[in-house]
Every structure is written in C-alpha cells, then in structure tokens.
Design a protein around this ligand. Structure first.
Ligand code: LLP
Length: 419
C-alpha cells in the first residue's frame, strides 16, 4: 500500500528521498509528500473508471490543500471538490480549472455563491432547499446560470467512525431521500438554474464497497423517477470516501471499488447518457505523505513508557480527535537499544495529545520517526495551539525535494495581533 515508501540500507525513503536527510535538512516536525504517489493514486481512478466515457475525478481539496499538491493534480488533469471560497482560491492559484470544480458544503453564503459563479465553477452540490433558492437569486442578480446537483442523503450506514459518517438521516448533510423529488421540482421552477446532476457522499474511510453500492442503488431509484418526470440530468456524483490502509485495515482497492460500481454506472450511461463525478480525497493523498518527528524525551514510568516527540496533536490531530490508529515507523532501522512498548506523545498540555499508543519500538533520544498515512487530513487540520508554529511541507519527486511551505515563524504566529 505504500509503494513510494520503502527501506533501503536500513533507511526509510519516500519517493527516493532519504527521510534521515530530509529531517536533518529541514528540521522536524516535517510533512513530506511524494509527487509520484499522488500521481499514481490519481491515475488509479482514471484507469479504473476508463470504461465510462465521461468521468471527472474531483480531488477533495480538504484532505490536503497545499498548492504544490493541487498543482500536481491539476497538471495531471484532475478536477477538484471544494467546500469553501478559500479552497476555490487555492485551486485557482494552483492552476486548476474552475469548470472542473464541484462546490460542496452545507453553509454556502451569498458571497461564496457569487464568488463561485463569477469564477465559473462546474457544479454546485446543493445541500438544502433554501440553498436552491439562494443560488437562483444570486445567479439572477449576476445574470448568470448556475449549474447545480442536489446532494441526496441516501440514509445508508457507511460503517465508519461516527464523526466522519455523513449519509445517515441523523447527519446534517444533504437533502433527505424523501424530500429529494420535491426539491428537484422546486429547483426546476426557479430561474437561472441548470439542473445537471445528482450527488451523494456517505462518509469517509470506508473499507467495504457495499455501502457505496447501496447508496448508488438509492440514487438510481431517484434518477429513474426524475427522468420519468421530465427532469433530466447529465451526471451522477458519488462523492469520495474510499478508505486506505493505516495499519491493518484491508480496504477495497480502487479497481475493486470501480468494479463494484461500473455495471450500474455503465447502465446509467447507456440509458440516460449520464457521466460520473467522484470526489476522492484521502485515497489520493493519505499514503502519499508522512509526518517526520524526532524523539525529544524518553520517560519510562512504572505503568507506561512515554516517548515525547516534537510533533503533537497540533500537527496531527487524527489520533486525538478520532482515536485513529496510524503507523509509526523508524527512519533508521539500525536499532541500538532493545525494543520496548511506548506511547508516542506530544508535549501539548492535554492528555488527548497522543500520536500512537502501545507501540513496540527501539527508541533513543534524537531518533527520527515517520507517521505514515499523514498526507491526508494532516497538515490541513493542524493548529497553533500552545503557540506552536505549523511544520514545513516538502515535496519529493524521485529523489529530489523542495520546500512547498515554509515552517511558520513566530512572526507568522502573531501576524495581525496587536498589544
Ligand atoms: N466529498 C465530500 C462532500 C466530503 O465531505 C468529503 C470528506 C470528501 C468528498 C472526501 O472524502 P475522502 O475521500 O477523503 O474520504 N478529517 C477526517 C475526514 C473528514 C472527511 C470529510 N469529508 C479524518 O481525518 O479522517
């Protein structure tokens, strides 16, 4: 699962760059990405869905929005799934095409909508009936036509962590399956809207294909009903959500995911000429990145051994927020101590500030560790809590490496403040 991360002569390499050299050159904590892993992960989608004639792979910007990451994917032909005006600005800054952007998100404001219309985004994924009205109003004011898809909440259980499950009745996302038909009728009665699609996104880090198939079945029922009523669409958007392997998960591969969906999607293409949009984030970026961190203090106690490292919940929030289990591996395998069981923790004043628990590792102060799978929902969720500057980000490309975001300075931290 980590084809661009391997050991060579006992040293961990990412995209053929030595993590030891990277840690020494740029300091730690440090986010490091592999350009070739990003491209391979993106291409897996393009290739697996190639049997369809009209597919847009819209990378979910929220999973890793570094400009160099976006530029890499834009250059490869990707579209983008965004959830804010800020993400739209990043996509445009990185050279992405507005017409390949789908704009999701539950709280779009008038100004967000106007900005996106002026930029010419490809589709608004509409999450509420009131939003249909608002988009129509803003589009009329600007003399534009807004392309829209309605995000349907199919009420299927994605069987993932409750915080990242989005397709259940209880969740705030989308328009309920029961109200969807009325919502489409309402949309077709309003001016300056072009109804082009139907959308759903049921959750994140799904390892099984069945919930996706269940959601697609619900969406197909809706599509049949809509066409029968004279409301025609041009695409179906199945969101993102395919999981990755962090430690011992066995997620479906992209091609297994595609094979589970393709028969039904080919039917939709045949019957209605529908194209496909997908919004993968984690599956493209997670395993294209690691977080490097150095061991600062070793603190064995009677109950637990703590390894205090220079990364923390501020730099990587997933373990603290979701109890996520992420792999921690040494940058250098030449151990000079006996392995022991450690909790890998940061130095932030919170007991939830842990990165990993009960890991058997041979540790010395000064060692560099790599947390894998950190390319998604890593840096983007970092905070400055405890007045910690956010780490630098590095992009590696077959042995070469460059800074794609500088480490924050103290001046960065109080920019805009006054005494
Ligand atoms: N589309 C929509 C509308 C979304 O809300 C999301 C993610 C995606 C696409 C991309 O999902 P992905 O392919 O990355 O699973 N911070 C959490 C994950 C939150 C996901 C939110 N929505 C984590 O660290 O696990």
């Amino acid at each position: 699962d980590f084809p661009f991360i391997h050991y060579q002569d006992d040293t961990l390499f990412i995209d053929n760059a030595s993590t030891k050299t990277l840690a020494q050159t740029y300091g730690t904590p440090l986010y490091v990405y592999s350009k070739n892993a990003l491209l391979a992960n993106y291409r897996a989608y393009v290739e697996s869905f190639a049997p369809l004639s009209d597919v847009k792979i819209c990378y979910a910007v929220k999973s890793n929005s570094n400009l160099a990451v976006l530029a890499t994917l834009a250059h490869a032909g990707a579209g983008f799934d965004i959830v804010s005006s800020g993400e739209l600005a990043r996509v445009l800054k990185a050279g992405g095409q507005a017409d390949k952007v789908v704009y999701s998100g539950v709280g779009k404001t008038k100004s967000d909508i106007a900005t996106a219309l002026n930029a010419g985004v490809g589709c608004f994924n509409v999450e509420a009936v009131s939003e249909i009205e608002l988009i129509s109003q803003v589009a009329s004011e600007l003399g534009k036509t807004a392309p829209i898809a309605l995000r349907i909440n199919p009420d299927v259980d994605a069987k993932t962590h409750p915080y990242i499950s989005t397709g259940l009745k209880d969740n705030k996302f989308g328009i309920s399956h029961d109200n969807a038909l009325d919502a489409y009728r309402f949309a077709s009665s309003l001016p300056n809207l072009d109804i082009i699609g139907i959308d759903c996104h049921i959750g994140s880090q799904l390892t099984d294909t069945q919930p996706f198939v269940d959601a697609l079945d619900k969406v197909i029922e809706m599509i049949d009903e809509l066409f029968a009523q004279g409301i025609s669409l041009r695409h179906v958007d199945l969101g993102g959500g395919l999981g990755v392997r962090y430690t011992d998960e066995t997620p479906a591969s992209v091609s297994e995911y595609a094979n589970a969906l393709l028969p039904k999607l080919l039917d939709l293409q045949e019957k209605y000429g529908l194209g496909l949009h997908l919004e993968p984030g984690r599956n493209i970026s997670a395993n294209a990145g690691v977080l490097l961190t150095n061991v600062d203090v070793l603190k064995p106690t009677e109950h637990k051994n703590f390894a205090i490292v220079d990364a923390s919940m501020c730099e990587l929030m997933r373990p603290a927020l979701y109890g996520s289990v992420m792999a921690v591996i040494p940058a250098d395998l030449t151990a000079t101590t006996t392995p022991q069981v450690w909790d890998i923790v940061g130095s932030v004043c919170e007991s939830s500030d842990f990165l990993a628990k009960n890991r058997t590792l041979a540790l010395n102060v000064g060692d560099t560790l790599a947390i894998t799978g950190a390319g998604a929902y890593g840096f983007v969720m970092a905070s400055n809590y405890n007045t910690r500057p956010r780490p630098a980000e590095i992009m590696c490309d077959d042995g070469s490496h460059r800074v794609v975001r500088e480490r924050e300075s103290l001046d960065d931290l109080w920019r805009g403040e006054s005494v």
